[in-house]
Design a binder for this molecule. Structure first.
Ligand code: G4P
Length: 531
C-alpha cells in the first residue's frame, strides 16, 4: 500500500472524541470504564486519581488534588475492535472552560454524559453550546442508571426541549433507574443482561437474550420497556445518520459507568456511528485533504506536567498526513522550523515515545517553547488553521511581583503563563509592564497563576482584584474615546494585540453605548456565566 492511501486507511480507523459533562456526572468513572473495557488498564483507577483511587494523572499541582479537579488533560489512546480510539479529557471545572473549548477544537465527536437523576446541568449546557457552534456531532450517554433517577422518556424530552437536539435511542433500559436489569438494543430487540461487578472494579459480564427469553425472565420490566419503545416508534425517534452528523439529533445510550453497564455498547456506538477524521478547513475555508503532507493543530500547551523535567509540552492534533518522529515541521505563525525529536503520548502518568501518528491522533511535543494553543504546524505544503477564539474574560486582577528583586523571574513566568493560555495578559501604557492586568474566565485560573508563579518560577505574586466584569472588543478610535470615560478602561491583549474595553458592569456598558452609538464594542465568545 502506498504511503498516502495508508494515511486514508489509518484515518478511517480513528475515532477522536471528548466527554462533556457537569462535574460529578461520572466523567472520570466513564473514562476509566472505557479504558478498562478496551483492556488498556486492568483495574479502575489508573487513569484519574480522585480520593481513594489508585494513580494520579496530573500531580503537577497540589491544587488539583486538594480540590479534586483535573486541570491537566489526559489523552487516552486505545485500540478497540479494529479501530483506534483517542479520548481527550476536558477539565471538569467551569472556570477552565477556555481550555475545554480548545480541547473541543481537536475532536471529531463528543459524548454528552448525563446523570440519570439530574439530566441536563449548567456546565453540560455550556459545553453543548460549544459543540453546537463548532458543529461537533454529539452522542448522549445517560449514566448512573443503577441508582434511582428520573424516567427515561422524561430525560429524552428534556434534551429535546432544552437544547433542541432530537434524541434517537440506540439502547433502552430494562428496569427503572435503580432497578436496572439490562439494555434492549432498539435495532434488533435483543436484550443484554448484565451481571453485577463489585464497584466497577472489573469488566462486567454480558449475557445476550432474544426477546422471548427476555420476556420470560424479566416479565414485569420487559413489558414496561416494550411499551416505552413502542411509544418511541410512534413519535419517530428512529436513527438518522445525517441528522446526527449535522448536530440536529443525538444517539442516546443508557448505562452505569461504575459497574460497566453499557460501556462496551458506547464504544461500539463510537466505532459504528461517530465520524472518522475529515479534512479540516484552513483559515481560508479550504479543506486540507487527509492524504496531503502533515499538518497539525496545537490545542493545548502545558508546562510542569512532570516535575522532574521542567519541560513544556504542546499537544498537537494531527489533521493530515503521517507523523513520523524526528520530522522537521514548519511553525506557521513564525515560519520557523520545528524539530519533533521528542514526541510522546501521555497516558495518566506514563509517557511513551510516539514513532508515528495519523489524522485524529494526538501527539505531545516536548520543548515546545514557541508553540501556542491555536498554532498550526505543517510539512511541505503550507497551511494555517483558523485561530481558536479567546473567551471574554470576566475577572481581572493586577499582578505584582511580591519580591522586587525577582522581576526577571516574574516577567518570565507571566510570559509563559500567557503563551500557554493559562490566563490572558493585558497591558496599557498607564499601568506599565511591572503590573500587568491578568484576565480570566473563572477565578480558579488566578489560583493556578499564584501557585505556579511561586512554585515554578520562584516569583510569588500579589493579585489585586479589579472591579471590571464585562469585556468588549474595540478599536483605536474607541480606545481614545473611552480613555476619557469613568468606570471603563481599555487594555491591549498581549497575545494578539486586541483592544479590550473592560467595564464595571453591563449597565455601565449600556450607558456608554447609548451615549456613543457608533462606538465599536463587539462581544467576545462567552465563557463562564451568561448563557
Ligand atoms: P466527574 O469526573 O464527572 O466529576 O465524576 P466522577 O467520575 O468522579 O463521579 C462522580 C461520582 O459519581 C463518584 O462518586 C462516582 O463513583 C459516581 N458514579 C459515577 N458513575 C456512576 C454510576 O454509573 N453509578 C453510580 N451509582 N455512581 C456513579 P463519589 O462518591 O463522589 O466519588 P468516589 O469516591 O466514588 O470516587
Amino acid at each position: 500500500m502506498d504511503q498516502l492511501s495508508r494515511v486514508s486507511n489509518e484515518a478511517q480507523r480513528r475515532r477522536t472524541f471528548a466527554v462533556i459533562s457537569h462535574p460529578d456526572a461520572g466523567k472520570s468513572t466513564l473514562t476509566e470504564a472505557l479504558a478498562l473495557h478496551a483492556e488498556v488498564i486492568d483495574e479502575a483507577g489508573a487513569v484519574h486519581g480522585k480520593a481513594g483511587r489508585r494513580g494520579v494523572t496530573s500531580d503537577w499541582m497540589e491544587m488539583e488534588r486538594k480540590r479534586g479537579i483535573s486541570i491537566t488533560s489526559a489523552v487516552l489512546q486505545f485500540a478497540y475492535r479494529d479501530h483506534v480510539i483517542n479520548l481527550l479529557d476536558t477539565p471538569g471545572h467551569g472556570d477552565f472552560s477556555e481550555d475545554t473549548y480548545r480541547v473541543l477544537a481537536a475532536v471529531d465527536a463528543a459524548v454528552m454524559l448525563l446523570d440519570a437523576a439530574k439530566g441536563l446541568e449548567p456546565q453540560t449546557l455550556k459545553l453543548f453550546d460549544v459543540c453546537r457552534t463548532r458543529g461537533i456531532p454529539v452522542l448522549t450517554f445517560v449514566n448512573k442508571w443503577d441508582r434511582p433517577g428520573r424516567e427515561a422518556l422524561e430525560l429524552l424530552d428534556e434534551v429535546e426541549q432544552t437544547i433542541g437536539l432530537r434524541p434517537m435511542p440506540v439502547t433502552w433500559p430494562v428496569g427503572r433507574a435503580g432497578e436496572l436489569r439490562g439494555l434492549v438494543e432498539i435495532g434488533t430487540g435483543q436484550f443484554a443482561r448484565y451481571s453485577r461487578t463489585a464497584g466497577g472494579a472489573t469488566r462486567g459480564d454480558v449475557e445476550v437474550l432474544d426477546p422471548e427469553q427476555a420476556a420470560e425472565q424479566e416479565p414485569e420490566h420487559w413489558v414496561a420497556a416494550q411499551e416505552e419503545i413502542a411509544l418511541l416508534r410512534e413519535i419517530g425517534a428512529g436513527y438518522d445518520e445525517k441528522e446526527f452528523l449535522a448536530g440536529i439529533a443525538t444517539p442516546v445510550l443508557f448505562g452505569a459507568a461504575l459497574s460497566g453497564v453499557g460501556v462496551g455498547r458506547l464504544l461500539d456506538a463510537l466505532v459504528e456511528l461517530a465520524p472518522a477524521p475529515e479534512p479540516r478547513l484552513d483559515a481560508e475555508g479550504e479543506p486540507r485533504p487527509l492524504d496531503t503532507p502533515l499538518s497539525g493543530l496545537v490545542f493545548k500547551v502545558q508546562a510542569g506536567m512532570d516535575r522532574s523535567h521542567r519541560d513544556r509540552m504542546a499537544f498537537v492534533r494531527i489533521c493530515s498526513g503521517r507523523f513520523e518522529r524526528g520530522m522537521v515541521l514548519t511553525h506557521a505563525a513564525t515560519k520557523r522550523p520545528f524539530a519533533t525529536k521528542y514526541a510522546q503520548a501521555v497516558f495518566g502518568q506514563q509517557r511513551t515515545t510516539v514513532e508515528e501518528a495519523f489524522p485524529g491522533d494526538i501527539v505531545g511535543l516536548v520543548n515546545a517553547g514557541a508553540l501556542r494553543p491555536g498554532d498550526t504546524l505543517y510539512e511541505a505544503a503550507p497551511v494555517e488553521f483558523p485561530a481558536i477564539p479567546s473567551f471574554a474574560p470576566e475577572h481581572f486582577s493586577v499582578a505584582r511581583g511580591a519580591d522586587a528583586g525577582r522581576f526577571k523571574q516574574f516577567r518570565r513566568g507571566i510570559d509563559q503563563l500567557d503563551s500557554e493560555g493559562v490566563i490572558q495578559v493585558l497591558r496599557s501604557d498607564l499601568r506599565g509592564d511591572q503590573s500587568p492586568v491578568l484576565a480570566a474566565v473563572g477565578p480558579l485560573q488566578f489560583e493556578v497563576v499564584s501557585s505556579r508563579m511561586a512554585d515554578e518560577f520562584g516569583a510569588p505574586v500579589t493579585l489585586e482584584p479589579l472591579s471590571y466584569s464585562v469585556t468588549r472588543r474595540t478599536d483605536a478610535e474607541g480606545a481614545e474615546l473611552l480613555a476619557r470615560q469613568a468606570e471603563v478602561e481599555v487594555l491591549e491583549r498581549r497575545a494578539d494585540g486586541a483592544l479590550l474595553a473592560v467595564f464595571v458592569n453591563k449597565w455601565r456598558l449600556e450607558t456608554i453605548r447609548r451615549k456613543f452609538p457608533d462606538l465599536t464594542l463587539d462581544p467576545l465568545p462567552a465563557g463562564s456565566t451568561d448563557r
